[in-house]
Design a protein around this ligand. Structure first.
Ligand SMILES: Nc1ncnc2c1ncn2[C@@H]1O[C@H](COP(=O)(O)OP(=O)(O)OP(=O)(O)O)[C@@H](O)[C@H]1O
Ligand SMILES: [Mg+2]
Length: 293
C-alpha cells in the first residue's frame, strides 16, 4: 500500500472515530460489539430491578484475617441506608470495596443491575457517580468556599484548562442551590480554613454534590460535630434522600434514630441484623455484640 493510501485510510478512520464520539453512531448502527450488551446506555445506571447497589457474598482477607466475610447487601435508589456495627466490623472496608480502593477476594459488587464495579478503578467509579466522604474533612483550606465548590466541577486535570475554567449559568445556579443546601451561603467568600469542623464537613459534601452523585457513601459524617451541627447534618441528609442514594456509617445512635429507615448491622464482616433501629436494638445478637464484648 502506498503512503498516500495509508494516510488517506488513517484520515478516514480518525474521521469515523470522531463522528462516532460525537453522535454515538458506529458503522454497525450504534451498537458496540461484545458478548454482553448493557441494558442501559453506557454511563447510565440501570435501576429497573429496583436496586442501585448490590453486593453478594463478598469476602476480603488481610493476611489471613477475614475483614469482610460473605457480605451480601443491597440498596434501593433514593434510599438512605444506615450502617452500624462495632469497631472493626468492616464498615469502612465495605466502602473501600464499593469505591474500588480494595479488591475483594470473592463476590460480586454491582452498581445498578449491569455495572460490575469490580472491573473499574477508583477514579472510574467516582466518575460513574459514586461519591465518597471520608471521616476527616478534606477541603482546600486556602481557597474560599466558592472556589472549593467550583473546583469540584473541574474534572479536567489539565492545568491550563482548569485555569481557564468558568462556570456557565446553570453551573452557577447549581452552586448557589448547593450553598443553600449545605447552609454555607453566608460563608461563600470565607476561606475554607476558617470554617468550623462541621462546616468543613458540609463543604466537602457540597463538593461531592457538585458532581451529581447517584450514590453517596458517608463514613462517620457527624463524628466531632457539635449537637447543633449534628442536627443540621440530619436535616441535610433527609433533604438529600430521594434525590440521591445514601449509605451512612455512624456510631451516633441518636443521629441514626433521626435519619434512618432501614438500619443494617455489620459484625465480623457480614450482616448480623437489619430492620428499623428499634428492631435491631432489640435483637439479642445485636445487644450481645454491642454489650457482651
Ligand atoms: N488494609 C488493611 N490491612 C489489614 N487489616 C485491615 C486493613 N483494613 C482493615 N483492616 C482490618 O479489618 C477490620 C475491619 O476494619 P474496618 O476499618 O473496616 O472496620 P470499621 O467497621 O470501619 O471500624 P470502625 O467503626 O472502628 O471505623 C479491622 O480488624 C481492621 O484492622
Ligand atoms: Mg471505619
Amino acid at each position: 500500500m502506498t503512503p498516500d493510501l495509508m494516510e488517506q485510510g488513517a484520515r478516514h478512520f480518525e474521521e469515523a472515530q470522531a463522528k462516532a464520539a460525537i453522535t454515538g453512531h458506529t458503522a454497525s448502527g450504534g451498537r458496540s460489539a461484545g458478548f454482553a450488551r448493557l441494558a442501559a446506555p453506557v454511563g447510565e445506571v440501570d435501576i429497573t430491578h429496583g436496586r442501585i447497589l448490590y453486593l453478594e457474598d463478598v469476602s476480603v482477607s488481610f493476611d489471613g484475617f477475614k475483614a469482610i466475610n460473605k457480605l451480601s447487601l443491597d440498596i434501593a435508589p433514593g434510599e438512605l441506608r444506615c450502617i452500624i456495627g462495632p469497631n472493626g466490623a468492616g464498615k469502612t472496608t465495605m466502602m473501600d470495596i464499593i469505591t474500588g480502593k480494595t479488591r475483594p477476594n470473592e463476590g460480586s459488587v454491582y452498581f445498578g443491575s449491569t455495572i460490575n464495579l469490580l472491573r473499574y478503578n477508583e477514579p472510574q467509579i467516582a466518575q460513574m457517580g459514586i461519591g465518597r466522604k471520608f471521616q476527616k474533612p478534606t477541603v482546600f483550606e486556602k481557597l474560599t468556599v466558592f472556589e472549593n465548590l467550583e473546583l469540584a466541577l473541574k474534572t479536567n486535570k489539565n492545568v491550563k484548562s482548569s485555569m481557564l475554567f468558568k462556570l456557565d449559568s446553570s453551573q452557577g445556579d447549581k452552586l448557589a442551590d448547593i450553598l443553600q443546601t449545605i447552609h454555607l451561603s453566608s460563608q461563600v467568600t470565607n476561606l475554607a480554613g476558617n470554617l468550623s469542623h462541621g462546616q468543613k464537613q458540609w463543604l466537602e459534601i457540597g463538593m461531592l454534590l457538585m458532581q451529581d452523585p447517584k450514590l453517596l457513601l458517608l463514613d462517620e459524617p457527624v463524628a466531632g460535630m457539635t449537637d447543633e451541627e449534628t442536627a443540621r447534618t440530619a436535616e441535610l441528609f433527609l433533604s438529600l434522600k430521594g434525590k440521591h442514594s445514601l449509605m451512612v456509617v455512624e456510631h451516633d445512635m441518636s443521629f441514626i434514630d433521626t435519619i434512618s429507615d432501614i438500619v443494617t448491622v455489620l459484625c465480623d464482616g457480614s450482616v448480623l441484623a437489619q430492620g428499623t433501629l428499634a428492631e435491631v436494638q432489640n435483637d439479642e445478637r445485636v445487644i450481645e455484640v454491642y454489650l457482651g464484648r
